[in-house]
Design a protein around this ligand. Structure first.
Ligand code: FMN
Length: 302
């Protein structure tokens, strides 16, 4: 779904008038007329769905209490999910985590000086630095696989060690790596090209509601949740854990960025349909859960 369609739907279901929609969605009269036809049914369905919705946040908290939890799939003998998405392709190997020199900024200083950073220096990141950031956030340090259960341990905590995330990177400026979108293989500690080309920066930026920092970042992390990994063990309560888990990844990224003279900004404002489409996800069995843009600090910043 392109941004224009998204904004058309967004304002339409809120019963905004035509002039507002034209302006906010950046539509011409002809485009508006075409969308009126094309999306009439979708608008009707969305409105009907929305009118039946209760306070879903409150309901989510209520019905994911243990008292309401059905037996999880793991207790019912449902086949275990893979702990790592089996995405294939030629691996661009990153420097091994045992080989790179780990930056030694004191933890207290990293915590103290961390800020969300939305403007970055032109400088590229080195491959070592990228390796470090991935090591801190999603690298798999221990992987155990049996027929019954598959577990990965990483440098962030995760409920039940289910680790429900995969990492995609929009790379704009990393030495020796062509711009594009990459999948990070957390066991092989390498990248697999997913979509090549610098133009993806613009597309991902649109997906993040045109937050310019995405375009100007050295790279942007896009974390994808595979809920079944956690739901298999915790039923619907597992959905709570997805979002808690994501926070740990974000904070490790923030602190690891500080250690290399970089800064990050977490991104929760993106439009799901657009981001899921870019990564070819169905939005249910896998969906974008969190993003973060990152780059070197400009001169004069801590
Ligand atoms: C879950 C979450 C989502 C966020 N989404 C955005 C975002 O989409 N755009 C943005 O500019 N900042 C975003 N931020 C950054 C916050 O605005 C920022 O952490 C807050 O203003 C406090 O500033 P500080 O991080 O510098 O202490 C997000 C932070 C979190 C934790």
């Amino acid at each position: 779904m392109d941004t224009k369609k998204f904004y058309y739907l967004y304002f339409k279901v809120r019963d905004e008038d035509k002039d507002t929609i034209l302006k906010e969605a950046g539509l011409s009269e002809d485009e508006f007329a075409a969308l009126e036809k094309e999306l009439a049914e979708e608008v009707r369905l969305l409105k009907a769905e929305r009118s039946n919705l209760g306070p879903i946040g409150e309901e989510f908290v209520r019905y994911t209490r243990y008292l309401y939890e059905p037996a999880p799939d793991s207790a019912k003998g449902v086949t275990r999910p893979d702990a790592v998405f089996p995405y294939c392709g030629e691996i661009i190997q990153l420097p091994a985590v045992g080989v790179i020199t780990k930056p030694d900024l004191a933890l207290a200083q990293a915590i103290e000086q961390r800020r969300s950073l939305r403007a970055y220096a032109e400088q590229s990141l080195s491959r070592d630095e990228l390796s470090w950031l991935l090591w801190a956030t999603q690298w798999v340090r221990d992987f155990r696989s049996t027929e019954k259960v598959e577990v990965a341990f990483r440098n962030v905590p995760s409920a039940g060690a289910r680790h429900p995330f995969e990492t995609y990177l929009l790379i704009n400026r990393v030495e020796g790596i062509k711009p594009g979108i990459y999948y990070y293989h957390p066991v092989k500690h390498g990248l697999v090209l997913f979509k090549e080309g610098s133009e993806w920066a613009e597309t991902v930026c649109h997906g993040a509601f045109d937050q310019e920092m995405v375009k100007h970042s050295a790279l942007t992390f896009i974390w994808v949740a595979h809920p079944q990994r956690t739901v298999w063990r915790y039923s619907q309560r597992g959905y709570r854990y997805l979002y808690i888990d994501a926070g740990h990844v974000g904070q490790n990224l923030h602190l690891a960025a500080e250690a290399i003279g970089a800064g990050a900004c977490m991104i929760g404002a993106y439009y799901d349909e657009g981001m899921n489409e870019i990564l070819e996800l169905d939005g249910k069995s896998a969906f974008v859960i969190y993003m973060a843009s990152l780059g070197k600090k400009q001169l004069g910043e801590d």
